[in-house]
Design a protein around this ligand. Structure first.
Ligand code: ZN
Length: 489
């Protein structure tokens, strides 16, 4: 009744009451007929929480199915008692097989050794009856299911220590895994039978599993993508948001290349704020991600992509996906040439914004398909190179005016970058699930409001495009003359 998420509430009181009574009747009838007995398994932890003498533990690592030594950190809180401050133990604790996990939580802890045990049960193991005092028989019943680990249990319980922690992962017959923990304060046990005697003092631990996999699933991330490795070139406005969203999508391994330093003028369009001004963006983003999204392997290098490739410190074949968020046509063309020259097999995605919110583009290529970055450019009738994808009419100069009003920065740039990042993340997932069948140019038309206000003219491409998004296959924009992917190369 208190679980309101995803439930529509009828405003009329009588309606709610009737609904409740109807539900109650159903639950009770099914209970008597034992039809809903699995509810106890599916909501195992909710029943543990109701028990008397329960403490709360967050399980930070994945110990399911493992019999292993673990660490249990009991939280303390400074408390004033009669004008003196004492560190008083709280009912909250953290559990992990890696002590370093505790550092994410900035609290005072005392750390104890614990043991994680695994039970694969043929019959359902129900939570203890919360209405009654939990007896030591329940603990002995669980221990009895772990007889194959007798030696390990005996050794652990024979060690000295104020507290002992036994964490059980129970795999139920319906495949669902549940966790329950026991904290033993004072105990006596029968060495031979590994059975606790009646005078043993213990508490139950209600366990909230927030290991990397669980966190990722609950947050809408995708655990299938976890092992992928991505290189992000450029950590500006697009790159910063992109890296954050890659991490939140569930991908664990990220490398970042950027040699620029974060300045005050960047912060209205950068994921990082004042806290990081004066720091290298590629170093600061790593710190930001590590502090806020646990269990991500992120490495930043303070150099340019040209230098990193020339000195051999990175190998582009080592990544499942390379994303250039540098937004610079000259560097991207150089990169495209490099990829073709050295036959790099990885998929590469280029993202760039056009000026004044007029639009943005994503090009996804790999060197086995036609339509590469170089194909986006052509010579005009004055033999000047121009960008065929652009929504701005060729031959206009933005840089001068843009610098002329240097202090009038563009506050909408931030959402402009966020928009292209959202599309890029969707496309990234699509590539990981389905592969890249052909190269794609994905163009998003923006608003021409700011653009026209400053007297600029939009391109034919902008004027002709009726939908917001235009997707072109490589064969549609490739140039036969292209020196890298063309027919006449
Ligand atoms: Zn080409």
């Amino acid at each position: 009744m208190f679980q309101l998420e995803g439930i529509l509430i009828e405003k009329d009181f009588i309606g709610i009451l009737c609904n409740c009574l109807q539900r109650m009747k159903e639950i009770l009838t099914n209970g008597i007929d034992r039809k809903n007995v699995e509810d106890f398994i599916n909501e195992f932890n909710s029943y543990v929480i109701l028990s008397k003498n329960v403490k709360y533990a967050k399980l930070l690592s994945n110990i399911e199915g493992k019999v292993t030594n673990i660490k249990c950190a009991v939280k303390y809180k400074p408390t004033r008692i009669k004008n003196k401050i004492y560190n008083v133990e709280t009912d909250n604790m953290l559990i992990s097989d890696n002590e370093n996990d505790f550092a994410m939580y900035k609290s005072r802890f005392t750390i104890y050794n614990g043991l994680s045990l695994y039970i694969k049960s043929k019959d359902y193991i129900y939570p203890p009856d919360w209405r009654r005092e939990i007896k030591i028989e329940f603990v002995n019943f669980l221990l009895n299911k772990c007889r194959s680990e007798e030696e390990i249990i005996r050794k652990y319980l024979s060690e000295k220590g104020k507290y002992k922690f036994l964490i059980f992962t129970i795999e139920q017959p319906n495949g669902k895994s549940v966790n329950i923990g026991i904290r033993l304060a004072r105990y006596t046990f029968d060495q031979e039978k590994i059975t606790f005697l009646n005078n043993t003092k213990f508490s139950l631990l209600s366990i909230d599993s927030i290991n990397p996999k669980q966190l990722c699933i609950r947050g809408g991330g995708d655990t299938e993508l976890r092992s992928k490795k991505i290189l992000v070139i450029g950590c500006g406005s697009i790159g910063g948001y992109l890296i954050e969203q890659i991490a939140k999508s569930g991908i664990k391994n990220i490398e970042v290349i950027d040699d620029d330093v974060l300045k005050e003028v960047n912060i209205y369009r950068h994921v990082l704020g004042m806290e990081y001004v004066g720091r290298y963006k590629s170093e600061a983003i790593c710190e930001y991600i590590r502090k806020n999204i646990p269990h991500i392997n992120i490495v930043g290098t303070q150099t340019t992509i040209e230098e990193a490739l020339e000195d051999g410190s990175i190998d582009l074949n080592n990544y499942d996906l390379i994303i250039s968020a540098i937004g610079n046509h000259n560097i991207n063309r150089w990169l495209n040439e490099y990829i073709h020259k050295f036959n790099i097999k990885s998929v590469i995605m280029y993202l760039w914004n056009e000026v004044l919110d007029i639009g943005n583009h994503i090009l996804i290529t790999n060197n086995q398909h036609v339509g590469c970055y170089e194909c986006l450019f052509k010579l005009d009738d004055k033999d000047e190179i121009f960008d065929r994808t652009s929504y701005c009419k060729n031959g206009q100069n933005y840089t001068v005016q843009m610098q002329g009003c240097g202090s009038e920065y563009l506050p909408y740039s931030s959402t402009h970058s966020l928009r292209i990042v959202t599309y890029a993340i969707d496309l990234m997932k699509k590539i990981f699930y389905e592969g890249l069948e052909y190269n794609i140019l994905f163009s998003v038309k923006g608003t021409d409001y700011y653009f026209k206000k400053l007297g600029y003219v939009t391109s034919n491409r902008f004027n002709k495009q009726s939908d917001n998004i235009k997707i072109l296959k490589g064969e549609k924009f490739m140039q036969n003359e292209c020196e890298f992917c063309g027919k006449f190369q």
